[in-house]
Design a binder for this molecule. Structure first.
Ligand code: ATP
Ligand code: PRP
Ligand code: MG
Length: 290
């Protein structure tokens, strides 16, 4: 239970952009709602001791490091680029992308040595510098804040190092991806010296995040089967503990209930049907307490 305390946990969230909606959605589904108004940069939560600071994602790592915010939600790419030592307390499974090297489509790529003597435009100079040092590549790194993908086309650089997700930005700019340097997703980062009361609020928040995230990837399965096939079906459907088996009004038949990950479900559906399962229903789960 949340103690009657004055302590408030401050969380830095992206003000607008790729991570904003998913971050707010996760907080909302965790029962942490903010009384935000248009353009507000600070917002209190109703019913949970949390205050949000809405910032540009570039500023989140330092804000958490300095202790102005206690925790933050930011891409691993931005965290790695800024280089402040923070604790990654949770991977959030959204904002998934990679930081990649890309060159003009017409170029013949000969391996990482291609970059020797070349000029590479990026918003992630620190990560790229480290990568080139490790590979012993002498390249010029040209830092730009945005629209990196147009740099080769306008003669500003020979290549780029930028975020790739679907790859459509690269295709639209006649570039091709030639190497992935890091994979990234949104993470919760925390200041390394959180006081115990704040750590307790953080743990309660992470418990809620875990419940919400588990419910998103799991489904409740209901199906009917002849009694003599129940044993075989139970073997296929492990469930959280073990499936629930209830008698149907119709003699000789049972209803089987279980929880299964969506991925697993597509793998076992044919086996279930082969075992005589009928009337299979897949139902979304609102929250899942692990
Ligand atoms: N196409 C994408 N697919 C998935 N995740 C992405 C994509 N582009 C960016 N991200 C992730 O979202 C983060 C924020 O991206 P966004 O484009 O909103 O950044 P920004 O323009 O620097 O925003 P800000 O105005 O806050 O500085 C990135 O650092 C990365 O972790
Ligand atoms: O591989 P893709 O799916 O095309 O995604 C990659 C693009 O997504 C991001 O930009 P965003 O669309 O967020 O716009 P921005 O340049 O304004 O940040 C990123 O900076 C890339 O340009
Ligand atoms: Mg930014």
């Amino acid at each position: 239970m949340i103690k009657d305390t004055e302590t408030i946990l401050r969380i830095a969230l992206q003000k607008s952009g790729r991570l904003h909606d998913d971050s707010m959605d996760l907080m909302n589904r965790s029962g942490i709602k903010f009384n935000t108004g248009a353009g507000r940069l600070v917002a209190q939560s109703t019913g949970f001791p949390v205050e949000a600071l809405f910032l540009r994602d570039d500023d989140i790592p330092q804000t958490v490091y300095d202790g102005v915010a206690d925790i933050g939600i930011v891409g691993e790419n931005e965290y790695a680029e800024k280089g402040y030592e923070l604790e990654i307390v949770k991977h959030l499974n959204f904002g998934k992308c990679r930081l990649s090297l890309a060159i003009p489509k017409s170029e013949h790529y000969t391996g990482v040595g291609w970059f020797d003597g070349k000029k590479v435009a990026t918003s992630y100079p620190r990560i790229l510098k480290k990568f080139f040092e490790e590979k012993k590549i002498q390249a010029e790194i040209h830092e730009i804040a945005g629209s990196v993908e147009i740099a080769p086309g306008i003669g500003l650089a020979d290549a780029i190092f930028d975020i790739v997700s679907s790859g459509s930005t690269l295709v639209a700019n006649s570039l091709k991806e030639v190497g992935v340097v890091m994979y990234s997703q949104a993470v919760v980062v925390a200041n390394k010296n959180l006081e115990p009361e704040k750590r307790e609020i953080l743990d309660q928040m992470l418990f809620r995040f875990n419940s919400v995230m588990a419910s998103a990837t799991n489904k409740y399965v209901l199906l009917n089967a002849p009694n003599e096939r129940v044993k075989d079906i139970v073997k296929i459907l492990p469930g959280m503990k073990s499936p629930t088996v209830l008698p149907l009004a119709q003699e000789g038949w049972s209803s089987i209930h279980s929880v299964i990950s969506e991925e697993q479900f597509w793998e076992v559906i044919d086996q279930l049907k082969a075992c005589g399962a009928e009337g299979i229903l897949i139902i979304p789960i609102e929250k899942m307490i692990l």
